[in-house]
Design a protein around this ligand. Structure first.
Ligand code: FAD
Length: 303
């Protein structure tokens, strides 16, 4: 069996693999797609000490770093179940194989919920964005929309209002669902327009985004807003469906972790975007992966 088996090969999993392997223990990493979300990212400008890089380049560097150690990399492997058996933990893969380990680190990340309207996929990274911390500065002085009036949408709108020329917040429902204090702050900003009862139907453009079309749900009328960017903020979904009933999850499906990445199941640790750790960012996920690996190592030397 592995001493540490990592499931997920994004920044959290890669960091966990390096930290575990450096302890000289038997380390494996199974990932559906090594690299994770950064493979879908264009520019990265906030990984401290790397002024700027591109997602695929960064993903390649993660893999290269892991490969300098004796780590068993199992790419294109999707885990479908985890269960404790005696003193070991079993991870079943879709391929039919079963891996056994003394400890497991889950780092399966998350995915942004899509709005699924024409234009969203076509203009991804060409005006359609999901992460205000990452891509906000690219829209400096421009007009953007934020789709979604929950906490993340309203936080994004407040954040972006300080950078861009104008923000239009588009909410499907008749009212915003964000906390009152956030709504109050939002309404105090001079360069924000809030549209409620508005269903986004299309994101338009030629090479890049040039507008957003929505249906006014009260009148049924279609209206258009001219802008250069659209931030979709209708939820981040953790990739934890396969863990339901085994480790404790939050109401959002995030794995509940303690300060060392420990989960409700002894020997099972978790790190990065799939957990309750706040703020989903590369540098945070990587630090979190390192922490979970040290947590797992600590667990191993005590058991
Ligand atoms: P992920 O990167 O999501 O990796 C998860 C890994 O688990 C992948 O290898 C995946 O294939 C694998 N996996 C999932 N399910 C299974 C399963 N069942 N079995 C096996 N493997 C599985 N952050 C920044 O800091 N700066 C940025 O500029 C930035 N830009 C972004 C742009 C975009 C378009 C997106 C989508 C995100 C961006 N982020 C950015 C966020 C950042 O990418 C994430 O916070 C970070 O990748 C999280 O790392 P992670 O390792 O926790 O998860």
């Amino acid at each position: 069996p592995f001493d540490v088996l990592i499931v997920g090969g994004g920044p959290a999993g890669a960091a966990a693999a390096v930290y575990a392997a450096r302890k000289g223990i038997r380390t494996g990493i199974a990932a559906e797609r090594f690299g994770g979300q950064v493979l879908d990212t264009l520019g990265i400008e906030n990984f401290i000490s790397v002024k700027e890089t591109e997602g695929p380049k960064f993903a390649h560097a993660l893999e290269e770093h892991v490969r300098t150690y004796d780590v068993d990399i199992m790419n294109l492997q999707r885990a479908k179940a985890l269960k404790p058996t005696g003193s070991l933990i079993e991870v079943q893969l879709e391929s039919g194989a079963t891996l056994k380990a003394k400890s497991v680190i889950v780092s399966t990340g998350a995915r942004w919920r899509n709005i699924n309207v024409p234009g969203e996929q076509e203009f991804r990274n060409k005006g359609v964005a999901y992460c205000p911390h990452c891509d906000g500065p690219l829209f400096k002085g421009k007009r953007v929309a934020v789709i979604g009036g929950g906490n993340s949408g309203v936080e994004a709108a407040i954040d972006l209002a300080g950078i861009v020329a104008h923000v239009t917040l588009v909410e499907f429902d008749t009212r915003l669902r964000a906390d009152a204090v956030l709504q109050k702050k939002l309404h105090s900003l001079p360069n924000v327009t809030v549209l409620t009862n508005a269903q986004t139907t299309r994101i338009t453009g030629d090479q890049k985004v040039d507008g957003l079309v929505y249906k006014d749900r009260a009148s049924g009328e279609e209206k258009r807003v001219d802008l250069e960017g659209v931030f979709v903020q209708i939820g981040l979904v953790p990739n934890t469906e396969w863990l339901k009933g085994t480790v404790e999850l939050s109401k959002f499906g995030e794995i509940i972790v303690g300060p060392r990445g420990e989960t409700s199941l002894p020997g099972v640790f978790a790190a990065g975007d799939c957990t309750t750790v706040p703020f989903k960012q590369i540098i945070i996920a990587a630090g979190d992966g390192a922490k979970a690996a040290l947590g797992a190592f600590d667990h191993l030397i005590r058991s």
